[in-house]
Design a protein around this ligand. Structure first.
Ligand code: GCW
Length: 672
């Protein structure tokens, strides 16, 4: 039975006519270039895909036969092939159906073997999505340099915020035993263009930098290398004390600097293409340079100095918030913006999409556009810590695209900061906190695979549309039949907004249960830190609801560019989606819909519940189109989601009603 293990690389048999068409376009794989591990992977994938979809094995040849798939690099191109090689860059690819030496062939071209692997996956995607193979003409090059998964995997295989089983990395058996699943992980990533993996949790243990663990990381790096994936590690800032026996981890102390240099040399001796360090410092109890009166740049630059000679990078996270902050949302900007221009060239500051923490909806982080002299990476969370784990269906393409397309007011949208073009940065990156584990379906649910997929596609090209990405995914994963495919896409496209509606509508945020972040708890007010309490975020009382970040309040809005700040300072020009993020308003505030704020809040909670009910109906109607096991699994989860959307709605309406003291609008069902 189908269990989802094959992800979007299923390659199931096409129907008869399509099989014949495919066979005509894929009679042999022709390679001019000498064999290499990456090229071997490309050829193996093409053969696997064609065997699955066309039902025939294809030969590998060096002769240009009609109907061949020709893998070409500039140095090893068949005579007569003229291509815009320079436009493809180091990792880009081109697919073109053309006549070459009198024969009709499909050219898969790139400047590197990794580009050929990416191009091979792109060709297979074209087949899976029903492209006209006889007229193929596509090319693509990544806009972002480093496209990374961040695994929050602990060394005991527990995954922080992981909802898909245990960590894939079987540290006990590594480096001797290489689970074949590592190859499938690498194939899936390469099919999207993901080119790096941070193996361990940002809440890092120093142990990950010891020789035995480096040997294990090196073994994984060896598996991933042919697929273009570099290994990175999260580094614990205090490691010189814990592992090196030093008295301090002060980044300006010469002995500390020497320790990190030696550590970097040791790492590169076993992993010559090691990517670099990801660091969470002075955040949620993690050690960092501020412990020694130094700043983030001092800490990052010390590590950069150690990695620099080897070509490694430091990804230094900007997710920080102080216990006593009057407005937690302001802290990242407060600590980092003044350091603009102070970071070494191989440091990239990694910024979450929003200023709080991966909520169903946040405004974009105000650092985007505000640090023109510093490379900034965008960090999104693929695992749905605050969006119902892997139980609730929420396609995150629209969330990712929303932040990428947001206008920073600094002369370009977030995507232009991320791809470096706004301020001429050459070091560019996008990171996604992975949702992958040992579950057979990798992500905990079938539809959460789409979030891994969407992250990878958008990291390659941040301007792709979320619906287009969903269409490709649905065609590859479920069915390419247009009506069914589009029904799946429609269901996906409304799903994230449904979660916003039934959890945190109108700019509300962080109403989730303490610690686990699953389920409603807007009433919680007794946690040890004020800025962990839901009441801190919604501030509901008899007078109204919302966090006042306007100039009259915390003035958090002033961290945005003037054009944006002006709009969001005034409730009448703040989009309803962000209203209570920036404003504290009376319950009878008149909304653009004509409803009162209280009425609108209730209506949005109800809309969220109704959308999930509708998603269930749509999914039921798709039953004849989907294999039984996967259909049943999704249906079971949707039943849970429908129940829990109602739970969220009832709990939040009941609680907020106890604050507003207002009757429910006419016709609204009372909370259960
Ligand atoms: O989203 C929050 C999580 C923590 C996480 C932290 C972070 C890894 O609740 O579990 O820690 O953010 O991003 O560092």
């Amino acid at each position: 039975a189908e269990d989802g293990y094959d992800l979007w690389l299923r390659y199931r048999p096409l129907d008869g006519a399509a099989q014949a068409r495919l066979h005509a376009q894929a009679r042999a794989v022709v390679l001019a270039a000498p064999a290499s591990p990456s090229l071997d992977a490309a050829v193996a994938e093409l053969r696997r895909g064609v065997a699955g979809m066309a039902g025939r094995e294809i030969a590998v040849s060096t002769r240009l036969v009609p109907g061949a798939l020709v893998l070409a690099t500039p140095g090893q191109a068949p005579a007569g092939l003229v291509l815009p090689w320079a436009d493809l860059g180091r990792e880009g690819w081109l697919l073109r159906r053309q006549t070459l030496q009198g024969r009709d062939v499909t050219v898969i071209a790139a400047n590197s073997d990794i580009g050929l692997l990416y191009g091979s996956f792109a060709w297979l995607r074209a087949v899976q999505t029903g492209a006209d193979l006889a007229r193929l003409d596509q090319r693509s090059a990544p806009k972002v340099g480093l496209r990374l998964l961040n695994h929050w995997d602990n060394l005991d295989r527990h995954v922080e915020r992981g909802y898909a089983g245990a960590s894939l990395w079987d540290w006990w058996k590594l480096p001797d035993l290489l689970d074949p699943r590592y190859v499938d992980y690498a194939r899936a990533n390469a099919s999207l263009g993901i080119n790096g993996a941070v193996l361990n949790n940002v809440n890092a243990k120093a142990d990950s930098l010891t020789a035995p663990f480096l040997a294990k990381a090196a073994a994984l790096a060896g598996v991933f290398r042919p697929y273009g994936i570099k290994v990175y590690l999260s580094a614990r800032f205090s490691a010189p004390v814990e592992l090196g026996g030093l008295k301090t981890a002060d980044p300006l102390d010469p002995a500390v600097r020497a320790w990190w240099k030696a550590k970097a040399d040791e790492i590169y001796a076993v992993i010559p293409d090691f990517g670099g360090f990801l660091v969470k410092a002075n955040s949620e109890g993690q050690p960092g340079p501020q412990d020694y009166g130094r700043n983030h740049a001092d800490g990052a630059n010390m590590l950069a100095e150690a990695l620099g000679p080897h070509g490694g990078v430091v990804m230094w996270r900007a997710f920080v918030y102080a216990a006593d902050a009057s407005d937690r949302a302001k802290q990242g900007y407060v600590e980092f913006q003044p350091l603009d221009g102070k970071f070494a060239p191989n440091v990239i500051v990694q910024v979450k999409n929003g200023p709080i923490d991966f909520q169903p909806r946040e405004p974009f982080h105000p650092l985007f556009g505000a640090m023109p002299h510093t490379p900034l990476a965008l960090e999104v969370q693929i695992t749905k810590e605050y969006l119902g784990f892997s139980t609730h269906l929420a396609y995150l393409g629209p969330l990712f695209a929303e932040v990428l397309q947001a206008d920073t007011g600094h002369g370009g949208k977030v995507a232009r900061v991320v791809d470096g073009s706004l301020h001429g940065q050459r070091l560019t990156a996008m990171a996604g906190v992975a949702n992958i584990g040992t579950d057979r379906n990798w992500s905990g649910s079938q539809f959460d695979q789409a979030n891994w997929y969407a992250f990878g596609r958008l990291a390659w090209d941040p301007d792709l549309g979320a619906a287009d990405v969903a269409r490709d995914w649905a065609a590859q994963t479920f069915t390419a039949r247009p009506a069914a495919r589009d029904a799946i896409v429609a269901l996906m496209m409304g799903s994230r907004e449904a979660v916003v509606d039934y959890m945190t509508p109108l700019g509300l945020h962080h109403l989730m249960g303490t610690g686990h972040h699953y389920g409603p708890a807007p009433w919680v007010d007794n946690l040890e830190r004020a800025d962990w309490n839901p009441v801190y975020f919604h501030r509901a009382g008899r007078d109204g609801i919302g966090f006042d970040r306007s100039p009259a309040g915390s003035n958090g809005v002033a961290q945005y560019a003037p054009s944006v700040a002006r709009l969001w300072s005034d409730p009448r020009t703040t989009p309803p989606e962000l209203l209570l993020w920036f404003h504290h308003l009376p319950w009878d505030y008149a909304m653009p819909s004509g409803r009162s704020l209280w009425g609108e809040l209730v209506a949005r909670y109800d809309r969220g519940v109704a959308t999930v009910d509708d998603m269930r109906r749509r999914w039921d109607a798709l039953k004849p189109e989907i294999d039984a096991a996967r259909h049943a699994e999704v249906a079971a989860y949707l039943a849970v989601q429908a129940h829990e959307a109602q739970w969220w709605r009832d709990a939040c309406i009941a609680y907020f009603q106890s604050m507003s003291g207002l009757p429910l609008p006419a016709g609204v069902r009372p909370p259960a």
